[in-house]
Design a protein. Structure first.
Length: 239
């Protein structure tokens, strides 16, 4: 597939047009960022790992009724995705308290949340992606009431499916971020990536972090953690 002009470059990915107006080429970068890119580095092999992990998870979700933008992998760091108009909200689903919610609400780490907590954040790097209420999202036209409910339902469906996927692998799904977009026909589908960049994974036995928190917290062995997630997923795929 011939690569044309890039149309977007973010902290971790690039998007290119293709010869099909409805399909984009998504390329994963080796950059690793935290705290709205205030902390960043480059890690060789990280883009390939996220490409494989996200491709696996999005195919798993699609096979279980969650429509998403993934089409197919092209090579080690690139995949084809459906073109969507991104809804300007990041959706965070929390199963266990950690990270920003502990600081924001003064609650201890490790509280099991039942039911899971769904939060909305405005996609705006300049503002630091502030948390917003559902009413604010509706009032400012970022999404309609019907769309908010559909997104919440899909996010909770993804949460259950991911827990079902990772629990047998000895991995606890702590929390994760999703993004959604609209196709040209107006269908809301899951977009972006699902990887150790966007999820918090804890080893169920040791509690070791197997995600980007290793970079955020200077725990070391970041790439090894990503490799461990892929090792367990790919081993499952070979069963």
């Amino acid at each position: 597939m011939e690569k044309l002009e890039p149309i977007y470059e973010g902290k971790a990915k690039k998007l290119f047009e293709t010869d099909d107006p409805d399909i984009l080429l998504l390329e994963y970068k080796n950059t690793l960022t935290a705290f709205n890119a205030l902390k960043k580095t480059t890690m060789e092999g990280k883009g390939a790992l996220n490409n494989k992990i996200s491709s696996y998870i999005l195919q798993y979700l699609a096979s279980r009724g969650v429509p998403n933008h993934f089409v197919k992998m092209v090579d080690e760091v690139r995949q084809l995705v459906r073109k969507v108009e991104i809804i300007p909200l990041e959706v965070v689903v929390r199963n266990i308290t950690t990270g920003s919610i502990c600081k924001r609400l003064g609650v201890p780490e490790g509280i099991n949340l039942n039911p899971p907590l769904v939060e909305f954040y405005l996609k705006n790097d300049e503002l630091g992606d502030p948390i917003v209420t559902e009413d604010q999202a509706i009032s400012f036209g970022w999404a309609s009431e019907e769309e908010i409910q559909k997104i919440k339902n899909m996010a909770l469906q993804v949460n259950q499916l991911l827990k079902d996927l990772f629990k047998p692998l000895g991995i606890t799904l702590v929390d994760f971020k999703l993004e959604f977009g609209k196709t040209k026909d107006g269908e809301i589908i899951l977009a972006d990536e699902i990887s150790p960049d966007t999820c918090r994974f804890w080893d169920s036995s040791s509690g070791d972090r197997l995600d980007k928190d290793r970079f955020r917290k200077d725990l070391g062995n970041v790439l090894e953690a990503y490799q461990e997630i892929w090792r367990r997923l790919s081993a499952k795929g070979e069963e």
